[in-house]
Design a protein around this ligand. Structure first.
Ligand SMILES: Cc1cc2nc3c(=O)[nH]c(=O)nc-3n(C[C@H](O)[C@H](O)[C@H](O)COP(=O)(O)OP(=O)(O)OC[C@H]3O[C@@H](n4cnc5c(N)ncnc54)[C@H](O)[C@@H]3O)c2cc1C
Length: 473
């Protein structure tokens, strides 16, 4: 079913009680929560330039081979209704005949998740006294005043909102190779351009820069589109994501890790993994056991240990933490075994085109220069987390005007912990400006995925609804 905009998508004058900036999964989760919690006719607006809500980057793929990396049973939009995504999949008969217990373990196609959030948004609109406008345009700037924020829109338009939530999500990282800017647009495709990637399929060689989850998406899409040529996956560390595994969770108390230093924690985790394997359990269970404690684990590391983690551990952490479905891992393995997929540990140097020949050069970790002749480059380097490199004009304006400052270690934007208010350049919490999702990575580390987003959305909505009630005459 096509999704209908909830009310209007043209800018209208009128005071907003709440503006949510960004209509990816996070912004839509906040909107649903506000609609559900509102007891009065609040004026709520969701600003999202993309044609569809709730897709953002992760869930915009229409292709069935692009799977969630979290089992369906853990993808509910609501902290207090853990089976809700499963209920939705069963209601639409997404996987005919599959019993609930089996479906709960499934890594469902990602497009189902966007459709699910769209459905729950429509349900919430229908049942709420609050009114939602969906405005199909970006917010370019925010100016504070005594009553909230003036939102700057395109064409000199403005709207005023008493409270604002920043849900601008993931930013793309540019291709880390000199010469990329001078190439024709068709030579470099972003991994999140899900249709564009497929247009590169053929018998020629392709380079995929980055070896994480977006690389896995890219390889699956190319193979599904009939690509038969070599695939050169190039990354500085040459690490592929590891597979999920089924099995019980090892029995240890993650809270015992909190007082430990980074070194002690890593030692303890390796010990738990060895013990799990001795007990016939997969090592993955150790990561799953500590997964709900990710924010507490980050926040309890001191500044120096956080830095050590970012410098020495994060690459290895990521492949253990951000895993792929077993069948996807098996497919990557089979492509490596057949000689179609080549993994290169290399630092890229230049990319260029001479007539019909596109080439990429780099220095391999094993030593020596290497040049690849390719039919196209796919940028699968993932999410940009450095505040200074965020290319979103709104986020640049907020930093330039002192309404925001980089988060710890320069990652994302700084916010209150506990809490969810954006901190100004001078460290003042902004009572009317909340933030959730990946912008909070420096403060919380685990702040990207649905298990965290749904908690943050619920808490933010409660405060925003209470704030609107206080402000009402
Ligand atoms: C490829 C991929 C797969 C993933 N798979 C999973 C998964 O299986 N399970 C899971 O839990 N997590 C997954 N994640 C994590 C993912 O980040 C979150 O689940 C979720 O998609 C994040 O949603 P978001 O709304 O915070 O960000 P985004 O999806 O990036 O959405 C942000 C939205 O804000 C809009 N926006 C930005 N700036 C402005 C502006 N100035 N004005 C108005 N609108 C603006 C953008 O257009 C965009 O639609 C995945 C991430 C990626 C990249």
């Amino acid at each position: 079913m096509a999704y209908n905009r909830c009310m209007t998508d043209s800018p209208r004058s009128g005071e907003l009680d709440l503006a949510i900036i960004g209509g990816g999964a996070a912004g839509v989760l906040v909107a649903i929560q506000v609609l559900r919690q509102a007891r009065a006719p609040l004026a709520l607006a969701l600003f999202e330039p993309a044609s569809q809500l709730a897709q953002g980057i992760a869930y915009a793929t229409p292709w069935p081979e692009h799977l969630l990396n979290v089992p369906a049973a853990k993808m509910s939009a609501f902290p207090d209704q853990p089976g809700d995504f499963l209920d939705y999949l069963l209601a639409i008969d997404a996987y005919p005949g599959e019993p609930r217990e089996v479906l709960g373990e499934r890594y469902a196609s990602r497009h189902h998740f966007a459709a699910y959030l769209q459905q729950r948004l429509q349900d919430a609109v229908a049942a709420s006294p609050a009114r939602l406008q969906v405005l199909a345009q970006p917010v370019l700037g925010l100016q504070p005043d005594d009553h909230g924020y003036q939102l700057q829109l395109g064409g000199g338009h403005t709207r005023h909102a008493a409270q604002v939530v920043l849900a601008t999500g993931n930013s793309m990282r540019p291709l880390p190779v000199s010469g990329a800017d001078a190439l024709p647009a068709d030579d470099v495709i972003e991994a999140w351009d899900y249709d564009g990637v497929r247009t590169l399929a053929g018998a020629h060689a392709l380079a995929i820069v980055g070896s994480g989850l977006s690389m896995a998406d890219t390889v699956l899409a190319l193979v599904a589109a009939g690509h038969t040529g070599p695939l050169h996956v190039i990354s500085r560390h040459g690490l592929l994501p590891l597979p999920h595994a089924h099995g019980g969770l090892p029995d240890f108390d993650p809270a015992t890790l909190l007082p430990m230093t980074l070194r002690q924690r890593m030692h303890a985790l390796r010990g738990y993994a060895r013990q799990a394997q001795a007990d016939g359990l997969p090592w993955q269970g150790v990561m799953d056991r500590i997964r709900p404690h990710g924010q507490a684990l980050w926040c309890s590391l001191d500044d120096a240990d956080q830095r050590r983690f970012l410098r020495h551990v994060v690459r290895y952490w990521d492949v253990h933490r951000h895993r792929i479905a077993e069948q996807v891992h098996a497919q990557l393995q089979a492509l490596q075994d057949s000689g179609q997929l080549h993994l290169h540990r290399a630092r890229l140097q230049r990319v260029g085109r001479e007539g019909a020949r596109l080439w990429l050069s780099g220095r391999e970790a094993a030593g020596g220069e290497r040049q690849w002749t390719i039919g196209g480059v796919i940028n699968a380097t993932g999410v940009e987390t450095r505040a200074s490199a965020l290319r979103n004009p709104l986020l640049q304006q907020l930093q330039a005007d002192g309404l925001a400052r980089p988060g710890p270690h320069g990652l994302g934007l700084d916010s209150t912990v506990p809490g969810d208010r954006l901190l100004s350049a001078s460290g003042q919490p902004q009572a009317r400006l909340g933030v959730l999702g990946s912008l909070r990575i420096g403060s919380l580390w685990e702040s990207l995925a649905v298990p965290e987003l749904r908690q943050q959305a619920q808490a933010l909505a409660t405060q925003m609804v209470a704030g609107a009630a206080t402000a009402m005459p």
